[in-house]
Design a protein around this ligand. Structure first.
Ligand code: NAP
Length: 486
């Protein structure tokens, strides 16, 4: 009999898992989604200009060739449309329970007791048993508001970039944007055109490289659809470029200088004012924080109605943002301040074997074998879990590797009962990760969402993705043991 599977989240990860179960003829699964629609981050991030800086022929499932992309780097509506297309084509939409939040998952010795409630409501809890739980909630799903004194006192309108207030028209307004990461870099050029004045508050400059966008006209789309192998070859080319050129820069290899030169040239080409250029020049190695890939951000900062504030923010007042240099009066504040990225699975309560809490186990920072499995938590698997984020390639590639790994665990757990990763395998994995991490650029010189407050990198994968594919593809049996023998 097929195991019953609870999948939590209907974004790229959860949908991929559901689709592969469908393709394998396993229909004993449910996808729990706390929102009213599927799409995960591509549903939540609807700010103007939201899009992906990885080309969509690669930022898409390898098994679902899609000839409809209208450009190399499509925007959020197109990516969300792709996910809807996949959910319908592979017949998984009917298996999604929308507006249902998973509050708790508790392993009772043989099954997971999964407790859900209608999203954003107290009470109404319901508990169901599943053999397997697959977490597909992602790393960037909970917006992080900063802790700046006075924020509640602001009398204007404020919101986080991942919860864009589309009812609030910014035309002619004085707007503050706090943050200058990939999200801010995408929406600043779009809103700069219509606001009266835009104050961009930058705490740390980012390295920025151009985004070589291109449109795909009807002929190109027809070619992608009909020319055998064209789409696959294009996808492969993008993949190899990212792996062969960008990855070595993050591993402090041969292309470090190339990446830096490219970013410096981009800054020189786009920002003529030396004072502004100086403010925008980072003092840490490129790649330490996520490199921003955008060709419209710098030109937006050179507009007469845009100013870049680099003074320390002291407080938010009723009227605006006060820095060490004075008050900037605004009527709108957009917090582009990122996500609670190191708090994996929070606020869900996850309790494994012998009452072990995952929160307790992870108090020094989240870690998981292959980013997928944790000792003491049998039949619990993660997608886009700890140490699987990339700064250079498509996370969808990693998700597919993870789903393949989980699929290959299913026959074993169906035969032997619950299985968990062996503690000694996990210990060896942690040591291997630490050694690989020491080579990477993320450790020193900068703060980023890749690491915990005490500097441990819990989010990124420190190797080539080809290695990750190989590791996740190898038979999982030796790494796991049945709980009955634990
Ligand atoms: P982010 O990269 O974490 O940036 C947050 C920004 O807010 C930073 O500039 C940060 O400054 C600033 N900030 C935070 N707290 C602050 C405070 N108290 N005072 C002043 N500034 C503060 O967040 P994000 O831009 O939303 O992007 C997150 C990730 O999402 C990206 O790195 C990327 O992986 C992904 N993303 C991808 C795309 C894409 O095209 N693929 C697009 C958007 C987002 P510091 O740098 O000084 O901390």
């Amino acid at each position: 009999m097929s195991p019953s599977v609870a999948i939590i989240g209907a974004g790229f990860g959860g949908l991929c898992m559901a689709i592969q179960l469908e393709r394998a003829g396993i229909r004993s699964y449910t996808v729990f989604e706390k929102a009213g629609d599927l799409g995960g981050t591509w549903r939540d991030n609807s700010y103007p200009g939201a899009g992906c800086d990885i080309p969509s022929h690669l930022y898409s499932y390898s098994f679902e060739k899609y000839a409809s992309w209208t450009r190399r780097y499509p925007e959020q509506p197109e990516i969300l449309g792709y996910l809807h297309h996949c959910a319908d084509k592979y017949n998984v939409r009917g298996k999604i329970r929308f507006r249902t939040e998973v509050r708790r998952a508790v392993f009772d010795g043989s099954k997971w007791q999964v407790s859900t409630a209608p999203a954003e409501e107290d009470g109404g809890e319901r508990t169901e048993a599943y053999d397997v739980v697959v977490m597909g909630v992602g790393q960037l799903n909970r917006p992080r508001l900063p802790d700046i004194p006075g924020m509640p006192e602001f009398e204007g309108v404020s919101f986080h970039s991942a919860r864009w207030n589309h009812d609030h028209d910014l035309t002619g307004r004085r707007v503050a944007v706090i943050g200058n990461g990939s999200s801010a870099a995408q929406f600043i050029p779009r809103i700069a055109e219509r606001v009266e004045h835009l104050h961009v508050f930058q705490r740390t400059p980012n390295w920025v490289i151009p985004k070589p966008d291109a449109t795909f006209g009807p002929l190109a789309r027809l070619a992608f659809h009909f020319v055998p192998g064209l789409q696959r070859a294009y996808r492969e080319w993008i993949y190899r470029y990212a792996e062969g050129t960008l990855y070595p820069a993050l591993a402090q290899g041969w292309s470090v200088g190339l990446l830096k030169q490219r970013a410096q040239r981009h800054l020189r080409d786009q920002v003529p004012d030396p004072a502004l250029r100086a403010k925008l020049t980072p003092d840490y190695p490129p790649g330490c924080k996520r490199v921003v890939i955008d060709s419209t951000f710098y030109p937006a900062l050179t507009r007469p109605n845009v100013s870049l504030d680099t003074d320390k923010i002291v407080r938010i007042t009723t009227k605006g943002v006060e820095t060490t240099e004075g008050l900037r009066e605004v009527d709108t504040i957009v917090y582009a301040t990122g996500f609670r990225s190191t708090e994996f699975l929070v606020p869900m309560e996850v309790v494994g074997r012998e009452g072990r809490s995952l929160e307790e186990q992870w108090k020094g920072g989240a870690e998981a074998y292959l980013g997928i499995s944790v000792p003491g938590f049998p039949n619990l698997f993660m997608l886009y879990g700890p140490n699987t984020n990339l700064g250079h390639n498509s996370i969808v590639f990693m998700i597919e590797c993870q789903v393949n790994h989980i699929m290959s665990c299913l026959p074993r757990l169906a035969a032997d009962g619950p299985i968990e990763v062996r503690p000694e395998v996990m210990a060896a994995w942690s040591a291997r990760l630490d050694a690989a991490m020491a080579r990477m650029v993320w450790g020193g010189g900068c703060q980023s969402w890749y690491k915990t407050a005490d500097g441990r990198v819990t989010n990124n994968w420190p190797g080539p993705t080809t290695l990750y594919r190989r590791l996740t593809a190898s038979p999982p049996h030796p790494a796991y043991r049945p709980v009955s023998t634990a």
